[in-house]
Design a binder for this molecule. Structure first.
Ligand SMILES: [Fe+2]
Length: 186
């Protein structure tokens, strides 16, 4: 019987397949952002679930980059995880490495914020403070438009994410920046 898991169990599974600090840090960032949005959007009772989806969303990426969003389904099934969690994780690569479309609001948030947290994190590192705390939306918008900056962060995916949510792009940028500001210290 598939089940939901605790944060400690999710962390154990994550670290079984992820060793690089960069990947662990990204996973934790997305975990916190997902938790923030769960509360923000009225899903407070599902906060741990949203957070664990964020924590595990790139489970297979370090060891199986060529099977991203596919291999993770196998790994999560083997760990007896809930089907809802497996499809949520796999849906974040929709149109890229997965044909599972984000449908639940949680899945849409994951899709929209995954690349964007990378962009915001890269922008933070350029600041003297090395922090998002003093970043303004205006400067994030500039970084978004500058194609040479953090070129690996796919702007089209972020745009598509906003569209799936029915949000204006600036809204998504502002809310995700606020999410990272609220959770940076954690
Ligand atoms: Fe990711």
């Amino acid at each position: 019987m598939a089940r939901t898991i605790t944060r400690a169990e999710a962390w154990e599974l994550l670290t079984e397949y992820n060793k690089e600090a960069f990947h662990l840090q990204h996973s934790e960032t997305v975990e916190k952002v997902m938790g923030y949005f769960a509360k923000e959007l009225g899903y407070g009772d599902e906060l741990e679930f949203w957070s664990n989806v964020g924590l595990l969303h790139d489970l297979d990426f370090e060891m199986y980059p060529d099977e991203h969003c596919i291999k993770c389904q196998e790994l999560m099934k083997a760990a007896d995880l809930d089907e809802k969690m497996i499809r949520a994780v796999a849906s974040h690569g929709y149109g890229i490495c997965s044909d599972i479309k984000p449908e639940h609001e949680m899945e849409k948030i994951l899709f929209a914020t995954d690349e964007l947290t990378g962009l915001i994190g890269a922008a933070a590192l350029m600041r003297p403070s090395k922090s998002v705390s003093d970043m303004e939306l205006k400067s994030l918008k500039k970084k978004f438009k500058d194609k040479r900056f953090a070129a690996g962060c796919d702007r089209d995916v972020i745009r598509q994410g906003a569209e799936q949510l029915g949000w204006e792009l600036d809204d998504l940028l502002g809310k995700t920046l606020a999410a990272m500001q609220a959770t940076e210290e954690q």
